[in-house]
Write a protein that binds this ligand. Sequence first.
Ligand code: NAD
Length: 356
Amino acid sequence: MMRIFRLTVLPGDGIGPEVMEAAVSVILKMGEHYGVEFELNTELIGGSSYEEYGVPVTDETLQACKESDAVLLGAIGGPQWDKLPHHKKPESALLKLRHALELYSNLRPAKVYASLVEASPLKEEVVAATDVMVVRELTGGIYFGSPRGSDENRGWNTLTYSRPEVERIARIAFELAGKRRNNVTSVHKANVLESSQFWKDVVHEVHRNYPHISLTDMYVDNAAMQLVKAPKQFDVMVTSNLFGDVLSDCAAMLTGSIGMLPSASLNKDGFGMYEPIHGSAPDIAGQDVANPLATILSVSMMLRYSLNQVALADKINAAVNTVLDQGYRTQDIAADGDTVVGTSKMGDLVVEALKD
Ligand code: NAD
């Protein structure tokens, strides 16, 4: 019997709907050609939800997400909503989704494509063939610790990690490394922070169950330097919420192309929300110039990590490579001699390459 996957699709604001349209065309093509069926349920999120319902995400949308097999999100936000109170801002929908869906692990791959190596701000010999996966703890650490607050003279936050929080994110990292190059770097600041020493110790305890994976400890300041100096040394980096926030953006910039980078946020059962790392890019919204490949590659991650359709995920990655090798580029990644195409054309080209 053919398996039907139920997806909640949240296009969002700005370029979100444009890049999502391209990604949906890829999903539909997968359904037509490869014996899987997708049932898509599209909902408003972010500013577009605020305009319609007065909140950035409704309870109905949260419920729809919970009842689906995976969630695909475009991007949210825009200057017209910047002055709203915090809980009404489009971006608050993301925190609410992560919290409601218990998405505690954030996977941020940064891969340098051979055909795009010139887009990197680093020298080719340093960055070529870089393929790093940053695993960031997403629902704990200093972003959520209490007490927190500020008064006239002080501001304060609290950094704590519990054993189960560290154990589960460490397991994710070791499992992922086992499907990649068997190498985990645990990033912390154990020389200064007690919570980091605890993190380090627990990761080592979990490591005993994964003897075939190599584990390296690295202080976060050194990790930032090493990412820029010798990024090829990294396979999987696992780290806390705050350090991961910073390092995943640093890793992203190695590729030089924000429009190419997907992400996944997973819960304990492998259910996940998938989205490009870029925002709603109001400066280019509505012009059919946004790069849809980050969202298309997010579909690939969804197939790999939540829907267990690894062969289909590989097909999407291969189709993206084919299109890039043919010299097609959206304007953000174009160099001299490339054929510049718009958002929807890029989507069509990937769909076309999938057929081959
Ligand atoms: P941004 O990622 O939207 O844009 C940064 C720059 O990258 C812009 O010049 C933009 O044109 C370019 N860019 C981004 N995505 C691109 C793509 N797919 N193709 C081509 N170029 C692309 O970041 P920003 O300008 O700081 O934020 C804009 C809005 O997005 C803000 O409201 C912000 O809060 C929101 N935001 C949302 C998310 C999210 O939805 N997860 C993430 C980051 C920012």
